[in-house]
Write a new protein. Structure first.
Length: 118
């Protein structure tokens, strides 16, 4: 069974840091592209960052560039999102997406809350 579980969220003060983890089971993580998304109630899900399965090329939405870093440890079947200099506007539910190019499908985690507040 393919499964993705996020962890590492919580409450942090502005300027603080969190590291989210995305643990995958049931498949070989190195075969997949990985993305982190976030979504606030009533809003569309937004892509935050992704990492390519072929060359580990990374991409970030403009609002998190220089603050967030995505990385993967294929041996541990885990992808990380290091979030520094957090701002209140980073408050959202964060989701991990494991994406297969062929056949085309996605495996989503259940989401984890990140709250940035003083």
């Amino acid at each position: 069974q393919l499964q993705v579980v996020e962890s590492g969220g919580g409450l942090v003060q502005p300027g603080g840091s969190l590291r989210l983890s995305c643990a995958a089971s049931g498949f070989t993580l190195s075969y997949y592209d990985i993305g982190w998304f976030r979504q606030a109630p009533g809003k569309e899900r937004e892509g935050v960052s992704c990492i390519n399965r072929l060359d580990d090329k990374t991409m970030y939405v403009e609002s998190v560039k220089g603050r967030f870093t995505i990385s993967r440890d294929n041996a541990k079947s885990t992808v990380y999102l290091q979030m520094n200099s957090l701002k209140p506007e980073d408050t959202d539910v964060y989701y991990c997406d494991v994406r297969s190019r062929w056949p085309r499908y996605d495996v989503w985690g259940q989401g984890i809350q990140v709250t940035v507040s003083s």
